[in-house]
Write a new protein. Structure first.
Length: 278
């Protein structure tokens, strides 16, 4: 039976101090609190960010700050941080999102129901500004088979919502450090090798988003990264040629659309999903 978990977060110089505090507080306020919170400082931080982290570390003995002199990217930072996590179960958390207070309790429950699970994610609620301004829900496949099929063309997990087994991440080589889309690459590698996963069909993480972030996430570098992962999956015979073609068409199409349509139209397309009632 699993009764404890670690939290893994990476912070770098461009983080918003207010968002960072909201994120950390949401993990400290879980109904089942962590006993091990690892925060990787990915490069030199601003004085404000450093003061915030030092204060948390002073107030909570189980918060551990791992300092890195240079920014090395999310994948590399997480690979360092996971080595310091003392529990087998590790909950990922981004520094600008907010976890529902029941998130970790419900994920622990899934691992205790099925010990063969290697990773458990959740749906997410996209919001802008404050948490009561919910824009949409991002639904994910729930069963192991649906996740396997979904992963042939898209990331089958919302990265900041996942809780996974540390040993399985390490056995699969950790996060790739040489490409963007490190989560897509790692998670599809895991499920293609038979690692069992599940997504909880509830939005247990509030994902901060806005127009500018959407533009960044559809940049040419990100577009190429997703295609590169899909190409690797094709070479390893996880996905078909048709799956790969669909990924290329969708990614390049999204890139072209975001560079040629007005912001209002993009906003409409981005958030034309299942609405949540506040």
């Amino acid at each position: 039976m699993y009764h404890s978990y670690s939290v893994l977060m990476s912070v770098y110089v461009k983080e918003n101090p207010y968002y960072l505090k909201q994120s950390i507080d949401s993990m400290l306020n879980q109904t089942i609190q962590t006993n091990d919170f690892v925060i990787v400082e990915d490069g030199i931080l601003t004085k404000k960010l450093q003061m915030i982290l030092d204060k948390y570390a002073d107030d909570y003995p189980f918060i551990h700050l791992i300092k890195r002199n240079e920014n090395s990217g999310l994948g590399a930072a997480l690979n360092v941080g996971i080595k310091y996590c003392k529990n087998e179960l590790v909950a990922r958390m981004d520094s600008d999102d907010i976890s529902h207070k029941l998130r970790c309790e419900k994920q622990l429950r899934e691992f205790n129901i099925d010990n063969n699970l290697g990773i458990v994610g959740t749906d997410i609620a996209r919001f802008s500004g404050e948490i009561d301004n919910i824009l949409s829900i991002k639904r994910m496949p729930q069963t192991c088979m649906d996740i396997y099929q979904f992963g042939k063309q898209r990331n089958p997990f919302n990265h900041p919502s996942v809780m996974f087994k540390k040993s399985i991440i390490i056995e699969n080589g950790g996060y790739p450090e040489s490409i963007r889309g490190e989560d897509f690459a790692l998670f599809t590698k895991m499920i293609s090798r038979g690692i069992k996963g599940k997504n909880i069909g509830e939005p247990l993480l509030y994902y901060r988003t806005d127009y500018n972030q959407f533009i960044r996430r559809t940049s040419w570098d990100d577009t190429k990264a997703v295609i590169k992962v899909a190409h690797r999956n094709r070479k390893e015979r996880y996905c078909s040629l048709w799956d790969f073609i669909k990924v290329v068409v969708r990614q390049v199409g999204s890139y072209i659309v975001t560079r040629n349509l007005g912001g209002g139209i993009i906003q409409t397309l981005l958030f034309a999903q299942v609405k949540i009632r506040a």
